[in-house]
Design a protein around this ligand. Sequence first.
Ligand code: ADP
Ligand code: DAR
Length: 347
Amino acid sequence: MMIKPNTYPKFPRDCHSLLSKYLTPEVFASLQHKTTKNGFSLQQVINSGVENPDSGVGVYAGDEDSYRVFAELFDPIIAEYHGFASSDSHVSNLNADDLDASNPDPDGLYIISTRIRVGRNLAGYPLGPAISSDQRNEIAQRVSQLLSNLDDSLRGNYYPLSGMDEQVRKRLVADHFLFKAGDRFMQAAGMNRDWPEGRGIYHNGDKTFLVWINEEDQLRIISMQTGGDIKQVFTRLSNALGEIGSKLEFMSNQHLGYISSCPTNLGTAMRASVHIKLPRLAKNMDSLKSITDRHELQIRGIHGEHSDSQDAVFDISNRRRLGITEVDCVRGLYEGIVALIAAERAQ
Ligand code: ADP
Ligand code: DAR
């Protein structure tokens, strides 16, 4: 269901989304009749946040042009979420040699697993909310073909979601390898169209290297393993990105770095996370949150976004992704985890 075009939306009083904060009547009047080169409208940009007033952000871009055409709305949202001004430029650094982050939990007392993912979209295509079924299928074919030629430790197979055995799918999701079905936020943004057609997962034999195709981004490139060897996870991802990035042109620009539909995933588009068991801090959430806030870390549940922690296991990850390099993202997670483990021991 789409909201009415050219009608200034009403947000409930308890709505705290960045959309509701920055879509003033003046911004709405200025943007309401504009469309991007792909015909993407303001109504499409804001639909998810209007239909889901519990959104944290509430907007999605339909293409790279959205960030230019609707800059009056996207820029203040990006500035508040990432602390990144419209005049700033993003710098990338995926050099693992620059990452000084040993395993913060060598005895394996706290960290269950480490996962680092980046989102990527292909230059020359619209983003998820505006892409056509044919374009989405073309991307799935091109990317799965490219992945089938990866060597050595990255070698694996592609598994389309269409036709996947339901028990296999549920197991992959339960074991944290596969994405859940598109949520209501993605639904309202137009990202679940034709689901599950054109979606799938590639993974190597031991599921330490995975690529999601056409979920929220066209690619989610993932390195993950049990334990806390953050540097090994980062090195695997960096090597894979070097190989894949030499064969595909990713959508990016100097200002916003790698382009994603959700503005929270711009820049590095990197989320570096650990699943960490903190039974003592779990009883003192104010203390836990003061540490994650200080280190600009985000707390998610063990099944990812919009899920709950279980048995004192938390998904802790970097919150900022833009105006910070990939090495900085991972270093920031490392420092935060060191602080959390010290606080857990001191409880
Ligand atoms: P994304 O990381 O792509 O933003 P989610 O937060 O929904 O998406 O997480 C996707 C999946 O990755 C979920 O099943 C989640 O449990 C899993 N996951 C995230 N971090 C880790 C981790 N450190 N170890 C194991 N699984 C993880
Ligand atoms: N539900 C949207 C998305 C926020 C960030 N998470 C993403 N992109 N998966 C919101 O505005 O809360």
